[in-house]
Design a protein around this ligand. Structure first.
Ligand code: ADP
Ligand code: MG
Length: 699
């Protein structure tokens, strides 16, 4: 078998391929575009396109596609072949710079939230040269941004790229204040998303309409054994899963995706994949690809990979841990505590920028993880609550307090902290007191945002976070650039920022009810429990101001995103509700009735033979199940009512609240009766595989 070092990145048009296929000058121009965002001339694009085509053909490709991330949250592509007729029934394989830099997918059916009137339905895709082209299914895939003709973003990538530029501009202002001769040319946000998922046997998946149509189980009685023994986490990996993980790693490595660790997670059949971090937009592309390839590889192993946030009730859900930091092009992590007072002052200022951003834009951070699927997870006891807070750890918190109150940090040494004057004590490198309950935790040299759902794109959370931090840095730079004495102004700024925003810092157990009470009642933090409630804050004037100031979204783009996000929420739940109704009438009620019939017949047979044979069990069971059957029948009708009495589709806000307040509760009560019926019914009558077989069915 080939060595990993040899095939790593073999399906990506990366540095190695570029160097091999591009003339020197073209390579240099392209590098300038990639590293510094310089405009790329069409002549250069022509050369790049032709080289990409030669490279792709050498790997067996016949087609190319502009690969993009519309607001549905998944990826989209439209394939074109390279062939071009040259007369006499002959063809050549061609790919021009124009085709590389711009595409026109027929995009009328992608959601635009009213941005694109149907008559100008075509949006266009624009090449993102900072993310390498790659090969998937013998097709050359070109990562692109997707916009309307009016220039409005119709995807998740364009705003992310804009937010990266926003934070770059503001962070550079700060770095220049600390060192006017800095050799840093730009900063980038780095992201490493840890991806959780479930694997279930395909033959069982195929028997469950809920999994097929919605990606999660809508019914299912609690199995006799769940995850209470915690024997799965970091346990031995089963051979079937091991084979899947090995092939997944290989496929990802070929694409140049830095898959690093694979292990079991808390729930039975739950696993995690962590890549090595990379620049935010590339990490986002890679995460989308990872999700796609996970699902594809699973099928080859007789498995189905579930990326839903809550595939099983009563069992841990799946999330994504978005590890985030700020790195200079010279390789310095600005969120890494330094060794000298000078480094530490800069570190603390960036830390304060994040503290301020997360406090002021808690609503946006929460919204970035708001989906129908994730609503089952946030606030349940295995996931962070819907309240945003920040974990800094005891030591860093003590330093922050000392700075705020101008008091001694180390009572033994009686040193007074003066930024930029004294050497700060070495800051914690490794947070041994790791807090797993915090939604936003500092983990030594990066922040880990744990709320994102497993199937979500990480585009939004990084866009929002970058922009919010860019705004803190902008305000800081305005103050510091105008200061008479930098050091005095810096000390004052840090102190005031801590004072004003420390309410967001919480090092305790975020799963604790007492915390939710303290957070909301004493600290005034937001508790936006559901997607409709969270989205209600999106268009607040302060948020519109934030995004428009930094040119990340226009007001129109924000409105369209609001509509699309809530629209997706409504559609998701309506589909789930319809699938429930379908399963109840076609599968569950017939199963219950057949079983009741069998019991009744057995009871009758006993009585017919002799009145002295006890038929107590049959009578009790038949009447109990008969009663549950009636409940199911009533409750399914109530759910149908809730679905059909929805407010008009034109008002997506009203519809979303109707769904949250009427449809979801009706689904819950219906499920409760059905699960009770499953619990009592003989297995051979039950129409779909149980939780026990789904969760423990793998070899
Ligand atoms: P932890 O033990 O804190 O979870 P790991 O080293 O296992 O840390 O990393 C978890 C994830 O965080 C990985 O995807 C890793 O690449 C990513 N990561 C590490 N350092 C950074 C950083 N500076 N910026 C962004 N992500 C990072
Ligand atoms: Mg982690």
């Amino acid at each position: 078998m080939a060595l990993v070092t040899e095939y790593f990145g073999s399906l990506a048009f990366d540095e190695t391929a570029m160097k091999k296929y591009l003339p020197r000058e073209t390579y240099d121009s392209l590098k300038k575009t990639i590293d510094e965002g310089k405009h790329l001339e069409i002549e250069i694009a022509n050369v790049v396109a032709s080289a990409m085509k030669d490279w792709a053909i050498s790997k067996g490709c016949t087609h190319y596609t502009h690969w993009f991330q519309p607001l549905t949250g998944i990826t989209a592509e439209k394939h074109d072949s390279f062939i071009s007729p040259v007369g006499d029934g002959k063809i050549i394989m061609e790919f021009s710079g124009k085709e590389l830099v711009r595409g026109e997918p027929d995009a009328s059916s992608f959601p635009s939230g009213g941005l694109r009137a149907t008559f100008e339905a075509r949006g266009y895709t624009a090449w993102d040269p900072t993310s390498y082209a790659f090969i998937k299914d013998k097709t050359l895939c070109i990562p692109t941004a997707f916009c309307s003709y009016g220039g409005e973003a119709l995807d998740k990538k364009t705003p992310l790229l804009r937010s990266m530029e926003a934070i770059n501009v503001q962070a550079m202002r700060i770095l220049k204040l600390f060192d006017p001769n800095t050799d840093v040319a730009c900063i980038r946000t780095s992201v490493g998303p840890e991806q959780e998922y479930f694997l279930v046997p395909k033959e069982m998946y195929d028997q469950r309409r809920d999994l097929i149509f919605t990606g999660r189980t809508l019914f299912g009685a609690k199995p006799p054994k769940g995850q209470e023994l915690e024997d799965h986490y970091f346990g031995t990996i089963k051979p079937q899963v091991d084979a899947f993980m090995k092939e997944l790693d290989e496929e990802l490595w070929k694409l140049g995706i830095l898959a690093k660790t694979e292990h079991n997670e808390a729930a039975p059949s739950q696993h995690e994949l962590a890549p090595i971090y990379t620049q935010a937009n590339i990490a986002t592309d890679h995460n989308q690809l990872t999700m796609e390839i996970m699902q594809k590889v699973a099928k080859r192993h007789g498995l189905v990979c579930l990326l839903h946030e809550k595939p099983f009730a009563g069992v841990s859900g799946s999330g994504k841990h978005n590890n985030w930091s700020i790195t200079t092009n010279t390789g310095v992590n600005l969120l890494k505590p330094g060794k000298t007072p000078y480094d530490n002052a800069q570190f603390l200022l960036f830390l304060c920028a994040v503290i301020k951003a997360v406090d002021e834009y808690q609503d946006l951070i929460r919204i970035s993880a708001a989906t129908a699927g994730n609503d089952h997870r946030l606030g349940a006891d295995e996931a962070p609550p819907a309240v945003i807070s920040m974990f800094l750890g005891d030591e860093l918190s003590a330093i922050i307090t000392a700075l705020e109150t101008n008091t001694h940090y180390d009572p033994m040494e009686k040193t007074q902290l003066q930024l930029g004057v004294d050497v700060l004590p070495p800051l914690p490198k490794d947070n041994t007191d790791r807090n797993r309950t915090s939604p936003f935790a500092f983990t030594g040299n990066k922040f880990e945002f744990r709320m994102v759902g497993a199937s979500n794109s990480i585009g939004d959370c990084n866009t929002f976070l970058n922009t919010a931090v860019a705004e803190s840095l902008r305000q800081f730079a305005d103050i510091l650039e105008g200061a008479d004495d930098f050091k005095t102004a810096l000390n004052k700024l840090i102190r005031e920022t801590i004072k004003r925003h420390k309410r967001i810092i919480f090092n305790g157990n975020s799963y604790d009810d007492a915390w939710i009470k303290e957070a909301t009642e004493e600290r005034g933090l937001l508790n936006l429990k559901t997607t409709p409630e969270a989205l209600g804050e999106f268009l607040a004037p302060k948020n519109i101001k934030l995004f428009t100031t930094h040119h990340v979204y226009t007001k129109t783009e924000m409105k369209s995103r609001y509509e699309i996000t809530l629209g997706n929420y409504c559609k998701t739940i309506r589909i789930e509700a319809n699938v429930m109704v379908d399963m109840v009438y076609k599968e569950i009620l017939p199963a219950v009735t057949s079983y009741v019939k069998e019991i009744c017949e057995a009871g009758n047979a006993k009585k017919a033979l002799s009145v002295s044979i006890p038929a107590f069990y049959e009578e009790t069971m038949a009447s109990r199940l008969g009663k549950i059957g009636s409940d199911i029948f009533e409750r399914v009708a109530a759910l149908e009512d809730a679905i059909h009495n929805s407010p008009s589709k034109g008002d997506v806000t009203a519809l979303a609240f109707h769904i949250k307040d009427k449809v979801i509760p009706a689904m819950k009560t219906l499920r409760a009766s059905c699960d009770e019926a499953e619990y009592l019914t003989a297995e051979k009558y039950w129409p779909y595989p149980t939780y026990a077989s789904l969760l423990f069915g793998l070899q």
